[in-house]
Design a protein around this ligand. Sequence first.
Ligand code: NBP
Length: 484
Amino acid sequence: MSGTEAQANIGVVGLAVMGSNLARNLASREGNTVAIFNRSHEKTEALVEEHPEAGFLPATSYEEFAATLSKPRTAIIMVKAGAGTDAVIDELVRVFEPGDIIVDGGNALFTDTIRREKAVRETGINFVGAGISGGEEGALNGPSIMPGGSDESWVTLGPILKSIAAVAEGEPCVTHVGHDGAGHFVKMIHNGIEYADMQLIAEAYDLIRKGTGKTPAEIADIFAEWNRGELESYLIEITAEVLRQTDAATGRPLVDVILDQAGAKGTGAWTVQTALDLGVPVSGIAEAVFARSLSSKPAQRAAAADLPGPDETLDIHDADAFVEDVRQALYASKIIAYSQGFDAIVAGAEQYGWDIKKGDIAAIWRGGCIIRAQFLNRITEAYAADPGLVALVTAPYFADAVARTQQAWRRVVVAATEAGIPAPAFASSLAYYDGLRADRLPAALVQGQRDFFGAHTYKRIDREGTFHTLWSGDRSEVEAVDTH
Ligand code: NBP
């Protein structure tokens, strides 16, 4: 390859597992010719050698990479998020021209994407932060893709991304989410929901195991059965497979030999940090993040191991009924996790001026991504019926589902609490639900306390205005002051 012929319509920079698979996916689709570049050239050579069928156009330098691409040049960066992304952007800006498109497909923090988009735009080059979900398998066979960036770049990029995205019910799982950081913001929320979904499933497993004494393989059958109903989803499906797995070395269930300390790469924490800044209670997601943190504190856990628990253990007389209660609790809690996630999307869109179509987001999560699930169709329908829906859980379908399941949900949380089995995401989701539907909250007392010690003022239920009580002196003679 001379390096001067512009033959590729798309390029990939960064050829570790995600980049290689995405490049192979692109190359397998009709009409795409893919230029590839990696900082250390051995990876480029290896990919070309292992996949001659892909017809890759390898480049040894950024200059050669740029020369290989037809205009507008379009390149997807798949490198380790952070400094590596900035380094590659600098190089591409150096060799690209106005009108070209740089796509960051890594897991960037959306505020970094906003910063990068602003800086790159000044050069006349388009910058698109695109969330890509589905892990290495998704990158190869069809991920769910959440691109941000300008309308102009979407014209070129849209058909390319549609060609490689997963397909759900005939539709590609990609949509132009919104401008600048919108795509990475939505991908971050996706991951937050994923944390909650996984934690809820793990709590369901733990309760069934401790409550009924069933083996992991028996519980795998339960999850496989659940996967045929309203809980049908990728995470339920793989849970059955994980629980069914036997450890080759010991013959024990694999789940029993895996160290019970959960890792994290940070996107769940980003979701919670962002939600705190936006003032959105994503309590189910937060509990899932904290549950992983708690699990990964061996010294604290060892020190606390002898602290007393309740005298009661789970006393289940009807195992089938208990399993069904847990299923319903899982479904209700999952609805809350999604409801909270979509609240965060609404708040982010408002804060950053993005026009995000919530129903479209649910639709592109139906395939390719980790939280793909049957009930995402119901979310799309809910937002189609009422685009201004204030809380997903109040949409008729979900309100009915929670009404149907809430008694079981309460029984499960009570049983877990009485038996001293931690079910933080189940319990927190239920508390959120009860908080949301409460006629009156003790927030009134909190306002009183705030006014007492900090003169923070309060509103009244019976009059307009802002009030402060003179608390000092004879407190039986409080005086309300309208500060307006
Ligand atoms: P890694 O995150 O492990 O990154 C390795 C790649 O980054 C290599 O190609 C490496 O080049 C390149 N790189 C680094 Br590190 N610093 C660089 C620099 N300064 N300049 C140029 N290249 C640099 O790869 P990955 O697991 O394939 O993930 C790629 C992206 O996709 C990440 O942002 C990740 O968060 C995201 N993602 C991953 C998954 C997943 O399931 N793994 C899922 C969704 C999204 P080298 O070969 O020369 O060292």
